[in-house]
Design a protein around this ligand. Structure first.
Ligand code: PLP
Length: 490
């Protein structure tokens, strides 16, 4: 890497990004008019023979790429879940990719590996996780790229723990449980670790429990399976489900999991960030019954992609499933005389890939720059804005809030009574409302369907989203609702 080229190129990119962030509010939030194949037509048919100046590259980004992007960093992006970017996150990412070290075994970059152990303990402490998930409490954590990767690792650990007891043939009898609100990543993960698709059992939830998984429902499913000779392996509990932000009864289902020797994973991909605020800690009640916990700081913790924290109570269960010991990676760290464990950590044994990023420095920079107080203020600002929105839609007789808001996600719809008490008409009107809002370019939201009801999701959490933007989207929705309901007058 040529230091002079670095200074020139990175200054040009920084100027470009500063201009982008100054104007990001002015772009249509969702990419509007890009047809498949259109960008390919604009670009040369092959990579250039000779290198080109950075300015020309950035001109092309501005002209050809930006118009086709959906602007996730717009303050009026309310779709999916947020994907936070911050100045500290970008600075941390620059340090990570700039230093470009690979902490897969201790010798490969000792300070990078050790910083990761410090940062995951800091995070566990900040979010109020039980001590058993910290290195200082006998557990430990790792930074991965996504929840999906983390979940595959925990499923492999759970599978190997059971198969060591029952023999390899038992794999056809192992069952993984999720709720009908659990993220699809668990189903993918179960498939990847060899669980027969018919042994991925989806347990229904209902409005009565706010679409959270209950112990009775888990017990009924597990008892049925045990009677059939199946072996309960793994249960996923979620704090903050993707569709509705629902929360499972962690302690109660954790008790069932314990009784049956199941591995319980606690998925807090989105809502985990909120746990930095003590007022959300009740949702962690029973977390000590879990074997593993994960959250994605890249969603709502001011962390640029990518970063998933995975903690396990028993690191050896994870490393037994994932470790390899090739000659070319052997180092001589030795064994700790007190614990009998390797004296240092080889993070290659905590994840799928061997080569890995120096994510710890990014999260460390972020935590140092914002501090716990800064993070709490960030979360509370969004929760207060979501609270305002929830009250505003509830006060407008045309709308209904579908499930009580727990964090910063509001799920709502035009009420059926406004369109002649007809289910299909209500779904049609809500689809039309969402389409009208998104087509305006002034906001981007996504939907969910529960019990056959199509609803709109307002996920507040963009790093630059303020109450002002939420109020604006409220006005936009009211105007579009007028137009849509006129069409549905009967
Ligand atoms: N779990 C929950 C609750 C999520 O909301 C998401 C993504 O939104 C995931 C898991 C999947 O995360 P990833 O894309 O990091 O695999």
């Amino acid at each position: 890497l040529d230091p002079e080229a670095l200074a020139g190129d990175s200054n040009a990119v920084m100027d470009f990004l500063a201009e982008y962030y100054r104007n990001v509010d002015k772009y249509p939030v969702r990419a509007a008019n890009l047809e498949p194949g259109q960008l390919r037509e604009l670009l040369p048919k092959a990579a250039p023979e000779l290198g080109e100046p950075m300015e020309e590259v950035l001109d092309d980004v501005r002209r050809d790429i930006l118009p086709g992007l959906t602007h996730w960093q717009s303050p009026r992006f309310f779709a999916y879940f947020p994907m936070n970017a911050s100045a500290a996150g970008l600075a941390g990412e620059m340090l990570s990719v700039g230093l470009n070290v690979v902490p897969f075994v201790w010798a490969a970059s000792p300070a990078a590996a050790e910083l990761e152990t410090v940062v995951v303990d800091w995070m566990a402490q900040l979010l109020g996780l039980p001590r058993r998930f910290m290195f200082s409490g006998g557990g430990g954590g790792v930074l991965q790229g996504s929840t999906c990767e983390a979940v595959v690792c925990t499923l492999a650990a759970a599978r190997d723990r059971q198969l060591a007891r029952l023999g390899h043939e038992a794999i056809t009898r192992l069952v993984v449980y999720s709720s009908d609100q659990t993220h699809a990543t668990f189903q993918k993960g179960a498939r990847l670790v060899g669980i027969p698709p018919s042994n991925f059992h989806v347990i229904p939830t209902s409005a009565a429990s706010g679409y959270g998984l209950t112990a009775d429902a888990v017990r009924a499913a597990v008892d049925r399976d045990v009677a059939l000779g199946l072996v309960p392996l793994y249960l996923c509990a979620t704090v903050g489900t993707t569709g509705l932000g629902a929360v499972d009864a962690v302690r109660e289902i954790g008790d069932v999991a314990r009784r049956h020797g199941m591995w319980m994973h606690l998925d807090a991909a989105y809502a985990g960030s909120a746990l930095v605020c003590p007022e959300f800690r009740d949702y962690l009640d029973g977390a000590e019954l879990a074997d593993s916990v994960s959250t994605n700081p890249h969603k709502w913790f001011l962390t640029n992609m990518d970063c998933c924290c995975l903690w396990v109570a028993n690191p050896r269960a994870l490393t037994s499933a994932l470790s390899t010991d090739p000659e070319y990676l052997k180092d001589d760290v030795g064994i700790d005389e007190c614990t009998g464990k390797p004296a240092a950590i080889d993070y290659k044994d905590w994840q799928i890939s061997m080569t890995r990023r120096f994510r710890a420095i990014k999260l460390w920079v972020i935590l140092r720059r914002y501090g716990a107080a800064g993070m709490r203020a960030h979360i509370r600002r969004h929760v207060a804005a979501a609270q305002w929105f929830e009250q505003a839609v509830a006060a407008d007789g045309r709308f209904e809030v579908v499930v009580p808001r727990r964090f910063s996600l509001v799920c709502f719809r035009l009420a059926k009574r406004c369109v002649g008490d007809d289910d299909d008409a209500a779904n049609g009107a809500n689809r039309d409302l969402l389409a009208a809002v998104n087509a305006s370019g002034k906001a981007f939201m996504t939907h969910f369907v529960v019990d056959g009801r199509f609803l709109l999701r307002l996920a507040v959490g963009g790093a630059s989203t303020e109450l002002l933007h939420v109020k604006e989207v409220g006005e936009l929705l009211q105007g579009k609702a007028d137009e849509v309901l006129q069409r549905y007058q009967y």
